[in-house]
Ligand binder design. Sequence first.
Ligand SMILES: [Zn+2]
Length: 295
Amino acid sequence: MDAMTDTRVETHAETGGYALSVDVEDYFQVWAFSDVIRKQSWDGFAPRVGDATRACLDLFEARGATATFFTLGWVAQRDPALIREIVARGHELGSHGADHTKVNEQTPGEFARDVSQTKKLLEDIAGVEVRGYRAAGFSIDHTTPWAHEILQREGYAYSSSTHPISHDHYGDASAPQSPYQPIKDERFIEAPVATVEFLGRRISCAGGGWFRAAPVEVSKMMLRHAGKTLQGPVIFYFHPWEIDSGQPRIKRASVKSKLRHYLNLKTMPHKLDIVLKTFPWGRVDQALGIRGATS
Ligand SMILES: [Zn+2]
């Protein structure tokens, strides 16, 4: 056993399983469009994230699933009723940062301000404690060794901000696949999104573009395999805009970005529903056995 696996989180009967997460951001705020849509212009777009997130809430309710909604401060400021509805319907509220700036594009000081202000904003609106954080674009990596320490200091109990694969925008194929303790305070957990090993290669089965691209039966097989091989919860994620096929098209974006963003949006709700009814999905905090996690 190497040093990385030594720090794996001890799981007990109630932890592990399948954890569902939603990154609450609007279709025009995604990283793939950030070269053609400046943050300063976001207020000029008609928001769709409220309706799309409520559609997620309805899908989950129909299947008895609970989830963690990692939400942008920007969205919470403009739609506080949505934040309260997420909590009222039994889900965990987490932070996705203020305005989708990647961690590895911030200084430690900027990051501390971002995560502390967003936590307070979400808590003031929702009236519940925010314990979890997900970095925009899974941007906690080897270039941000200070990030987990700062999150712990600002009162977070866990982060789900790493995607341990090779990818052109993010990821580190040598990072741990299962939840681990990244800092001295062993109560703080980093919980990577789901991956499996196949023929000596790591493949993501965490959701997002991969899920929309693959046949649902393949996704189910991989998620089942991840449930047997990961030491801790299988963490799946997607975005509300992925079930919103009526979203306006961003014509100026690159062909590659458009291919990725618009791929199979129409079939996504149905695929998602199949996965929702196949696995027993719950909140990330509860799946990790975070102290004080309530439903
Ligand atoms: Zn995001």
